[in-house]
Design a protein. Structure first.
Lengths: 188, 195
């Protein structure tokens, strides 16, 4: 229950709890951003699983030890992204010295990183939607369930599922458009 | 030998592959592409009607999601069918995978068209919604999408039915028939809206 409560906090609120030494908040922070960091490592920079795990460990070690350098608590995500990118590049540079045939990073790395960011924006916006919308969108877009399956699972008329999903998408769009952007990162 | 991705082919090349004397791509791949085309029509209708239909963009997003999922099934179906044919041809020979391997490949050869049929029914359902809510100029395209999707669902359900792994009491066959029925009813509704 406590973890679920922490999961509903904004990034800034979660960071404030971490600063206050709340161990569970740290766990929630790692949980919230672990897929993000991993996605940057593997999709953006095409690191091997082993290298990605090393970067992952180092990113969260630095977050833990340098959180006091973050100026804006709400800017934790861009800060983590910046740390991850730098460490990925360090890993690739080190790898090239000993392994010249290492896979090149994605040529369109900036596009990929932007897509990852957008995906996480959507993921965060989803958490602000009513439960029924979250479930409906998750079932259709993430779990790839048919209208028939969704209808049976939620005990709703099959002919209404597509309309309900469309309305939930409209709400999601409004939520995304209403989200503030432009937080600034740390001094690093 | 590197397999050609059908989605990388030009349309005339894909059509030539369909007409060639090789067994694949066959009916399953054609059904998958037809559902993808129908989904594209629904997306177009929904996007063009967004001025008068607030749910239009959300319906278009669903249609595009289905299109992206069903189109690659053309390749998957052809591969599954080739493997099933190969397993049937070598059944009983030394070095073949045996009955378990054959059954697995036949199961897959039935599972893929079942998935295509399911997408066909979903697109037919979306097309009904589009036909009911879109701007008048696009009614005919919405109805066409429903008819195409229902036809492809019927074709795919038939492929499930004739698959050697599927027997009358098989749940997959019952599901395929139910999905086919849904798609036909949806297409009939969409056509009624237009007439």
């Amino acid at each position: 229950v406590r973890q679920a409560t922490l999961g509903s906090l904004t990034d800034a609120e979660l960071v404030r709890r971490c600063r206050a030494g709340d161990g569970a908040a740290w766990d929630a922070l790692v949980e919230r951003f672990s897929r993000y960091v991993y996605a940057i490592c593997t999709h953006g920079f095409r690191l091997s699983e082993t290298d990605a795990e090393d970067v992952f460990q180092e990113v969260f070690t630095r977050v833990y030890t340098r959180l006091d350098t973050l100026r804006d608590d709400g800017a934790i995500r861009p800060w983590i992204a910046q740390l991850t990118r730098r460490l990925c590049l360090d890993t690739l540079s080190a790898g090239k010295r000993v392994q010249p045939t290492a896979e090149p990073i994605a040529a369109d790395v900036e596009d990929v990183l932007q897509e990852i960011d957008e995906a996480f924006d959507v993921r965060e916006a989803l958490t602000e939607l009513p439960d029924h919308c979250q479930e409906m969108l998750d079932r259709f877009f993430a779990r790839d369930e048919s209208y028939r399956t969704i209808s049976a699972a939620l005990d709703l008329p099959q002919g209404t599922i597509a309309s309900r999903i469309a309305r939930c998408l409209t709400r999601l769009r409004s939520t995304l458009e209403g989200r503030s952007t432009g937080s600034r990162g740390s001094r690093e | 030998v590197r397999e050609t991705n059908y989605l990388d082919l030009k349309l005339d090349e894909f059509l030539a592959r369909i007409a060639a004397s090789d067994e694949s791509p066959g009916g399953g791949a054609a059904a998958a592409i037809t559902v993808a085309v129908a989904a594209g029509l629904v997306a177009m209708v929904a996007r063009c009607s967004h001025g008068s239909w607030p749910d239009g963009p959300g319906v278009a997003a669903q249609a595009i999601a289905i299109q992206e999922r069903v189109a690659p099934l053309a390749q998957t179906d052809a591969r599954a069918w080739d493997e099933a044919l190969g397993a049937l041809g070598s059944a009983g020979e030394p070095g073949s995978g045996g009955d378990v391997d054959l059954e697995r490949k036949l199961d897959l050869a039935a599972a893929v068209p079942l998935e295509i049929a399911r997408f066909g029914a979903d697109v037919a359902g979306l097309a009904v919604l589009a036909a009911e809510r879109c701007e008048g100029a696009y009614h005919a395209d919405a109805a066409a999408a429903a008819a195409l999707a229902a036809g492809a669902a019927r074709a795919a359900a038939h492929l499930v039915e004739v698959n050697l792994a599927v027997r009358d009491e098989d749940d997959r066959l019952k599901l395929a028939r139910a999905i086919e029925q849904e798609a036909q009813e949806a297409a009939a509704r969409a056509l009624r809206v237009v007439r």
